[in-house]
Design a protein around this ligand. Structure first.
Ligand SMILES: Nc1nc2c(ncn2[C@@H]2O[C@H](COP(=O)(O)OP(=O)(O)OP(=O)(O)O)[C@@H](O)[C@H]2O)c(=O)[nH]1
Length: 400
């Protein structure tokens, strides 16, 4: 029954492989590995049907070792690591050579089982380390590496039993209660492994879809939803740490003309480039989003107006120096709004930044404007509602 279920799980993994996004790799190798592991267990059982021992040993162990090897390849691909095909081939050749040597030339049951078991045990141990080191911190990952760790210990124990006692107890080609129990346990572990592969891949899909739903597909920066999420987190920090943060509303100048003159494909490349240029001017803790069209918004946590103006100026300069890679030159206008009260709403903050941006546009473009500070009913405004027009140079000059 567990064999049938493992086969069914393998089919599920195959169908996931064909339907999941290509970023989720390795599922086909896992699916094949399950078939091989189940096949290996089945071939061992065929010795009871009178198939010659050497044939059973070589085919069953080959299937089993390939199964373990493909588990490694699938796992490495899944975690974006280079697949160790050399290790796969080495394990397979060593096992076949060992089995043939200790079965034909110098028959020794205990040496054969011990060497085979130790090799496979080391292999499982290596797999455990890979999943432990590269898996995301989640139950599905822990379940997988604990399972692989148990496999490693079980196989190691079998090898040690063979070494110590050389007993027929560990000969799974003979019939007996211990052998039946061992095979049943092995099949159950394969089933659990299949469940685990499916769980980690589903979890990966979930994470990927979550990330996609918060990213702009063209520029790969945050979209409006992603921005709202990070803003909410930063607002929580701002509330706890009594800091300020600043938003830059950035809009490409005369972008319609770029599209009309050079076509939409070039227009798209300009959008991708401007996102990259803005990103380069920021710290890793800052956030950049595209709010559709040619409008970008930057969130600068723990940043006051002075520092934000320096960053805005840096962006302006970087964009002015653009025009490489066959793209036309272009400029941007920037509206800057600083949030000093955690009670201000995101919509209000963006509105202030947009109003400043609008002034930058109407003031001639390729420039920075500062938004008027928030006016609350409790606190009288300390600055004029309309902030003075700032050219890039004056903005920086006024900030030292
Ligand atoms: N290539 C491309 N163009 C887009 C995209 N989204 C919006 N646009 C274009 O962006 C242009 C925006 O034009 P406008 O709103 O007139 O702005 P503008 O020409 O930059 O003028 P100002 O903002 O006033 O300087 C339109 O031509 C849209 O078709 C996109 O994803 N790719």
């Amino acid at each position: 029954m567990s064999v049938l279920m493992a086969i069914a799980m393998s089919i599920v993994l195959f169908s996931s492989y064909f339907s999941y996004p290509p970023e989720i790799r390795g599922l086909n190798y896992w699916a094949f590995s399950l078939l091989m592991l189940v096949g290996g267990a089945g071939l061992f059982a065929s010795s009871r049907l009178g198939v010659p021992d050497l044939v059973v040993l070589l085919t069953a162990n080959s299937a089993f070792v390939c199964g373990v090897g493909l588990t490694l390849i699938g796992t490495q691909k899944f975690y974006g690591l280079k697949p160790s095909w050399w290790l796969f081939s080495l394990l397979w050749l060593l096992c076949l050579a060992g089995i043939t040597y200790w079965h034909v030339w110098e028959p020794s049951f205990s040496a054969r089982v011990a060497v085979f078991s130790y090799l496979v045990s080391v292999y499982y141990f290596y797999l455990t380390i890979i999943v432990w080191r590269h898996g995301e911190p989640h139950f599905s990952t822990r379940f997988l590496y604990v399972l692989l760790g148990i496999q490693s210990v079980v196989v190691f124990t079998r090898g040690t039993l063979a070494m110590l006692f050389g007993s027929e107890l560990v000969n799974i080609m003979a019939s007996g209660p211990f052998q039946s129990l061992y095979l049943a346990l092995a099949q159950f572990m394969i089933l659990l492994l299949a469940v685990s592969f499916n769980t980690v891949s589903t979890r990966r899909l979930q994470g990927l879809l979550e990330r996609r739903s918060t990213l702009d597909p063209l520029t790969q920066v945050l979209n409006r939803r992603g921005f709202a999420d990070v803003y909410a987190k930063e607002l929580g920090l701002m509330r706890r740490q009594f800091t300020v943060m600043t938003v830059l509303s950035i809009d490409l100048d005369y972008f319609k003309k770029i599209n009309d003159t050079h076509g939409h494909i070039i227009g798209d490349r300009v959008l991708v480039e401007v996102a990259a240029l803005i990103g380069k001017a920021l710290r890793v803790s800052d956030h950049i989003a595209r709010f559709g069209g040619e409008e970008f918004v930057v969130l600068l946590p723990e940043t006051g107006l002075d520092r934000a103006l320096q960053i805005a100026e840096r962006i302006l300069k970087a964009v002015r120096a653009s025009g490489a890679h066959g793209l036309p030159p272009y400029t941007v206008s920037i509206g800057v709004a600083c949030q000093s009260s955690p009670d201000e709403k995101l919509d209000g903050l963006l509105l202030r930044a947009d109003q400043a941006l609008y002034r930058a546009k109407s003031g001639g473009r390729d420039r920075i404007e500062i938004a008027a500070p928030l006016v609350t009913s409790a606190v009288a405004p300390v600055m004029p509602l309309v902030a003075p027009v700032m050219t890039p140079a004056s903005a920086v000059a006024s900030n030292g």
